[in-house]
Ligand binder design. Sequence first.
Ligand code: PEP
Ligand code: CO
Length: 450
Amino acid sequence: MSDWTPSSWRARPAGQQPTYPDEPALDRAVAELSTLPPLVTSWEVERLKGQLADAAAGRRFLLQGGACAERLDQCTADVITNKLKVLLQMSLVLTYGLKRRIIRVGRFAGQYAKPRSSDTETRDGVTLPAYRGDLVNGAGFTAAERTPDPDRLLRGYEAAALTLNFIRALVEGGFADIRHPEYWDLEFVEHSPRAREYQRMVESISDSVRFMEILADAHVSEMSRVDFFTSHEGLHLPYEQAVTRRVPRRDGWYNLGTHLPWLGMRTCELDGAHVEYYRGIRNPIGVKVGPAMTPEWLGELVEVLDPGREPGRLTLIHRFGVGRVASCLPPLVEAVRATGRQVVWCCDPMHGNTEKTADGIKTRRFDNILGEVEASFDIHHELGSYLGGIHFELSGDNVTECIGGARGLAEADLRRAYESRVDPRLNYEQSLEMALLIARKMATRNGRQV
Ligand code: PEP
Ligand code: CO
């Protein structure tokens, strides 16, 4: 890595970067960011890498989830608590169904920068810079809001720190009593033909948790303490560079702004700035893989990003859509296998299944999301590889952004509580139901009744 530095990406073309009108102000913000204490530590990062190595080998399973784009105005106790709660409950359900330990990774505490298909947006003849996430500019359609503002880099970092601080405190403090059925909002279950089955699973999980606690003589939250990791798309390179640090007694450089940064699908050109940045950091890294990815490209990408063939280094997050996963996935699994690497394969069933309603609202269908997850389990199984994780855009609140699920959310419901400014998320009930259905499928495959 002698030719790599945290800023060597600057010699390459960098996609998806905002254009700041005041460059010296950007430099000042980045300089200040570089002096602030890190959000995470290298030993947490290494611990996650070790756990991901286990997932690659089929011994653990990754659950990654959270907002498409976090919002600064939603850095609130309720939003954070509810997100943590749904991720925790989903992970218990998955532990039960998959009989694997779950690695919990949030899309939170830093998921503030978004790639966009166009640099600008035009409304009624007025053209302004596109909204690129709260780290960059505001969503409101005015010149003042849309002008990229470097101070937002500091505000985003501060909000990430507040979020993570609260998450750490909740997890350390026992959080909430997940054994109590009333803590599980299961009203939606009544609307499902599977109501009894869902109830039975949740009761059985609660029993198992109680049983475990008796054996271990500890509260379950103490047994799995702080195993909540953070992740975000490491898109804004000046920001990522500023949080890239050396640590005493370890070699190399760590991105200490998050545990698991991922490389988005729009910025994974081999000779691009993002690949250059990612190849040099010591973190485990995620790579989004979409239908445009060829086997040759992926083969080269994994060589560049993981020259040391390090266990746990790469998590390949595939997102093809329910209709394309069967044709797109197998050649890529073969291409990676041909390099001799064991990666974590993780299914993102959200980004290939986005559609627009007749009214122009972005949505996704519960059945298509579930369909891509189920197909992915089957395809990996047939290929003799292992699906080691799932990646969701979700909210812990009862937003109405995706269609379907037990309560039968329809197109007409979408306007009621649509809060996302970017992609539609599963709500609390849909997320939990998704986990129950995945657990049910996998338990049934393994010959167990649920
Ligand atoms: C995302 O995860 O929100 C995203 C933009 O994904 P992708 O790069 O896969 O399109
Ligand atoms: Co998204």
